[in-house]
Design a protein around this ligand. Structure first.
Ligand SMILES: [Zn+2]
Length: 276
């Protein structure tokens, strides 16, 4: 399995300022014009990239040592009451992983699902079961990529910090995607010690290998019902302190900006991080 040699920053999808909107050109623009060597492909409305384009992307990212990730479709719910929906969810995550791997990606992230009427433990078992099916498929196809459940903001959504850490402990190929804005929202806490505590837990429970291999989402977040993403400077996220914490813990991997100004905040974080 791939391991990154550094911490890099990138946008969640094709930059707003990119004149061409396809994924390949979005990555080229991100690297050559914005000076960012990280990128997340957004398959959030479907895994639509053609194999040919994926292979072109792989050539480009390998040549330029870009760290590439992908986000699975939003429609995933591994705790659905309908078997057909669980099957589709497994397929969505697998398709994301396969395509990202073909494109030279190293890690993918997905939203695990909803508690529905299940207890937390029942939901956990079903999500774990679904994720195992994904991993078995990856093995069948000899695809080596990290598959990451994301920490989710809403209390009705599966994916608190305990759950993603536990899945990471119990399953191969699995590590957390830490979305700091979602955690700020879910636990209603923006103390610096809260964010430091998250990193301490990861180190204690998953080891320093997990810190050296992190997939992070960052943005500002509003405390409205939807948890609307906003730009870092328009939020109460102590983003500079979070950058310092990443530095203190010697974190490697990727930080993806999911702010509305996707590339603006990626550049902001990178510049600040580099200045530390
Ligand atoms: Zn997400």
């Amino acid at each position: 399995m791939n391991k990154p040699s550094r911490l890099t920053f990138g946008p969640a999808g094709v930059p707003i300022s990119s004149p061409k909107k396809d994924t390949y050109n979005g990555i080229v623009f991100t690297y050559e014009e914005l000076g960012l060597d990280g990128f997340e492909i957004e398959f959030v409305y479907g895994v639509k990239l053609k194999d040919e384009e994926a292979k072109e992307i792989a050539d480009y990212v390998k040549r330029n040592n870009i760290i590439l990730t992908a986000h699975a479709p939003y429609f995933v719910n591994l705790n659905s009451n309908e078997k057909s929906k669980i099957d589709k969810s497994v397929q969505f995550i697998f398709d994301t992983a396969r395509k990202a791997w073909l494109a030279g990606g190293y890690s993918i992230v997905f939203h695990p699902g909803w508690y529905m009427k299940s207890t937390k433990e029942e939901a956990y078992e079903r999500v774990k079961e679904g994720l195992k099916r994904v991993i078995n498929l990856l093995k069948d196809y000899s695809i080596e990529i990290w598959v990451r459940p994301e920490t989710m903001e809403g209390l009705k959504k599966f994916g608190d910090l305990d759950e993603v850490i536990r899945l990471s402990k119990e399953l191969e190929y699995v590590l957390p995607c830490i979305d700091f804005a979602h955690l700020r929202y879910r636990y209603n806490n923006n103390d610096i010690s809260f964010f430091r505590g998250i990193m301490e837990r990861i180190e204690d429970e998953l080891g320093s290998e997990a810190l050296e291999n992190m997939h992070i989402h960052m943005s500002g977040i509003k405390l409205d019902k939807a948890g609307t993403h906003v730009n870092l400077k328009q939020s109460d996220m102590p983003w500079q302190e979070i950058m310092k914490i990443l530095k203190d813990f010697n974190v490697k991997g990727i930080v993806i900006s999911e702010s509305p100004n996707i590339e603006g905040d990626a550049i902001l974080m990178k510049k600040y991080y580099k200045s530390l």
